[in-house]
Write a protein that binds this ligand. Sequence first.
Ligand SMILES: O=P(O)(O)O[C@H]1O[C@H](CO)[C@@H](O)[C@H]1O
Ligand SMILES: Nc1nc2[nH]cnc2c(=O)[nH]1
Length: 255
Amino acid sequence: MHSKDQISHDEYQKTADWLMSQTKHRPQVAIICGSGLGMLADTLKCQDSFAYSDIPGFPQSTVQGHAGRLVFGELKGKTCVCMQGRFHMYEGHSLLKTTFPVRVFKLLGVETLIVTNAAGSLADGLQPGDIMIIKDHVNFPGLVGLNPLCGPNDDKFGPRFPAMSGCYDKNLRCQAMEIAKQLGVAGLMQEGVYAMVGGPNFETIAEARLLHRLGVDAVGMSTAPEVVVATHCGLRVFGLSLITNKVVKSYEDSV
Ligand SMILES: O=P(O)(O)O[C@H]1O[C@H](CO)[C@@H](O)[C@H]1O
Ligand SMILES: Nc1nc2[nH]cnc2c(=O)[nH]1
């Protein structure tokens, strides 16, 4: 990590102060919308929305399916802020930039972060269209030192060595499954392990087999750094992967 990649506490604070000067909403919940899932933000009532390009200090989204807007509003009686578009490492952002909004959310007073993503399935029981409640993750970039928490620790946000063993809140996972049962959609949902890889290419068959043998149920190119930064600063996290495709694991199935 280079010192030019560091972001000072003041920079996060300036962005949070600017947002608080532009909207009366004070969100308790932040939602990061994954690829193709941005329409969730459109359901918020009493919206105030801001293009990322207008928000001081905010990175810019470069990926199709990520509108690049921060939307504040009410969802089922809770004040929320939604990211319509996230930042990925493969776009060329530093990991601190990809997770910049999470610390801004913390400074806005957010207590719960909901992360969503589009992911490929490795588990035989997860089909396209299913939803995986993330119970844990394997942060492949993080395991080799590509971690937003590398560099000087900002003690105002959290400790040098944060625990990650409970980073996907168990109560929220149980509640989600209960609600899915009540709605009659429990058959489409199951818990599983998400792995983040760097991308932007999809997996080779050998890589897919390796991930499967390691116990990974779904794979994508996001989420883990956001969850690490959120857990570091004490946010409660809930995560969902929308399964968009089966990852090819067999040479017979390859084209
Ligand atoms: O994780 P989200 O942002 O949903 O996007 C997923 O979809 C893209 C690939 O189609 C990758 O960016 C992958 O991570
Ligand atoms: N790495 C990876 N990311 C995805 N995002 C959506 N599908 C996939 C996939 O199959 N692999």
